[in-house]
Design a protein around this ligand. Structure first.
Ligand SMILES: [Zn+2]
Length: 86
């Protein structure tokens, strides 16, 4: 089994959730609200803002055990985030 990649997130752009890469999220939509594509919990993007493609990661604002993209806390059963963004 390979781990799911967490290289994309969703950003709210003009009222619509759009999948964007982490680079795009930082470079093009720094002010947009971002959410996790798996559990829809709010996330922030951390990491190097100077490099491209490396070092960025998505961090959930509030930990959630039902998110398969967060392997450290994943319980094994996917479930929506308790504070999912709509
Ligand atoms: Zn998540």
């Amino acid at each position: 089994m390979t781990k799911p990649k967490a290289q994309t997130c969703e950003a709210k752009i003009e009222g619509m959730w759009r999948p964007v890469s982490l680079d795009e999220a930082v470079d093009r939509y720094p002010l947009a609200v971002k959410r996790c594509p798996a559990c829809h919990g709010r996330v922030s993007i951390n990491g190097s803002y100077s490099g491209r493609g490396f070092g960025k990661s998505m961090t959930h604002r509030k930990a959630h055990s039902g998110c398969p993209l967060k392997s450290e806390t994943y319980s094994g059963m996917p479930s929506p985030h308790p504070q999912a963004l709509a």
